[in-house]
Ligand binder design. Structure first.
Ligand SMILES: NC(=O)c1ccc[n+]([C@@H]2O[C@H](COP(=O)([O-])OP(=O)(O)OC[C@H]3O[C@@H](n4cnc5c(N)ncnc54)[C@H](OP(=O)(O)O)[C@@H]3O)[C@@H](O)[C@H]2O)c1
Length: 376
């Protein structure tokens, strides 16, 4: 037992391991400041008010990371949550290149707590297995009640389950970005691993405020996110315009509808919604509900219609015979029917460098620009 470790924290909260109902959690990246443009790291009073509002309105799950504002997000949560520590679940992360013990100790200090409810490896990069083992030892030492993993392939999640008692997996999931539906979510359901959905609002796009590709402030990571520009922005914008009447029928804002869509997906344990103001927190809480099957189906139809997979021309198939292995693999499957998520998952199954649907979309846009796709 290590100094400062607690032995009385009990097992991880049941909703992490065996959720009865999903939970709307607070994603604390944006309130960390850096990477989100506007406001200095963690010092914005509005950010603190947002976290306080979440707590007052009964949100009990808070997700953060040392990388969010270089510790500012954790320090902010520490300030606000310390008075009600026992009532909340705090999840933080360890960077894929950081020393787990050093990183976790620093997080505990910033979060003003002597234990974490959940510590997650932020990404499964080289050497991830040994970092996960280190997290298991830190859990055994009482510094964390549960260990989780983020940003891994389904093959890595399976392997991780042999290394540590993985309680949760955290991956990107919103009504546009659905890679996890192919392998990760079903695996989590089968193995009773809690699934934490991040970027449920597509980093704010699904709030519906962008009529044109936004110009973010300097340093805002969203200026590099591919769906805020080019053909993908335009596809998403069209889909969002068609989703507005669905949200109106439900008496919800677009953001709440998008959150409720994730909340309604089988196997989702926690929807991690980022928010930078009290108003956003209030609005997002409306999304903590199940949508009726016909509403979900209406949303899915709109998305499927705007994201119909491409079919390549015979000329494209000819040209692809001398392209790289990944490109050839994609081209072979661009038959106008197979979803990009399925193509990416089939490639990832091979255990080589993984692929996600976004890469295929960008590639297909390039093919379309060269006239190598048939009309959709
Ligand atoms: N493990 C990982 O690698 C990873 C990666 C990304 C995120 N995460 C976690 O997941 C959490 C959520 O993801 P995220 O914060 O990146 O993205 P998100 O939740 O999809 O989007 C958050 C942004 O959406 C906008 N928003 C929030 N509520 C809104 C509302 N009611 N109406 C309109 N717009 C609204 C705000 O943007 P504006 O501030 O511009 O208004 C907010 O900053 C993070 O905070 C973090 O905890 C984890």
């Amino acid at each position: 037992m290590h100094t400062g470790a607690r032995i009385d924290t009990g097992p991880p909260p049941r909703f992490i391991t065996a959720p009865a109902l999903p939970v709307l959690g607070f994603g604390a990246w944006a309130v960390g400041g850096s990477g989100w443009g506007g406001g200095s790291p963690g010092s914005d009073a509005g950010h603190e008010a947002a976290v306080r509002r979440a707590l007052d309105r009964g949100i009990t799950f808070f997700d953060t990371a040392p990388a969010y504002g270089d510790g500012a997000s954790e320090a902010l949560l520490g300030r606000v949550l310390r008075t009600r520590r026992a009532l909340v679940t705090i999840a933080t992360k360890v960077g894929p290149r950081d020393d787990p013990r050093v990183s976790l100790d620093a997080s505990l200090r910033r979060l003003a707590t002597d234990y974490l409810d959940l510590v997650q490896l932020h990404e499964a990069l080289d050497g991830w297995e040994s970092r996960l083992e280190a997290l298991r030892r830190l859990q055994e030492a009482g510094k964390a009640r549960a260990v989780g993993l983020c940003n891994a392939t389904h093959l890595q999640i399976r392997r991780a389950l042999d290394i540590a008692p993985i309680a949760t997996y955290q991956g990107p999931y919103n009504l546009f970005d659905r890679d996890v539906e192919q392998r990760d979510l079903p695996l989590c359901r089968d193995r009773e691993v809690g699934f934490l959905a991040y970027r449920p609002l597509a980093s704010g796009l699904l709030g519906g405020k962008y009529a044109a590709p936004p110009q973010f402030a300097a340093g805002d990571h969203r200026s590099k996110v591919y769906w805020f520009k080019g053909a993908e922005f335009e596809r998403r914008r069209r889909a969002i315009e068609r989703l507005r009447p669905v949200a109106e029928r439900e008496g919800m804002t677009l953001a709440a509808l998008a959150l409720a869509w994730v909340y309604s997906q089988p196997g989702v344990s926690v929807v991690l919604a980022g928010a930078r103001s009290t108003e956003q927190v209030d609005e997002n809480l409306v999304g903590a509900r199940h949508l009726a099957p016909d509403t979900r189906a209406a949303i899915d139809r709109i998305v499927a219609d705007e994201f119909r997979p491409a079919r390549v021309t015979a000329q494209c198939r000819d040209q692809a015979s001398v392209w790289g292995q990944r490109e050839r693999f994609i081209v072979q499957q661009l038959d106008g029917r197979t979803p990009y998520e399925a193509i990416a998952a089939a490639w990832t199954d091979r255990g080589e460098k993984p692929m996600i649907a976004a890469q295929i979309k960008v590639f297909v846009d390039q093919l379309a620009g060269q006239g190598l796709t048939a009309d959709r």
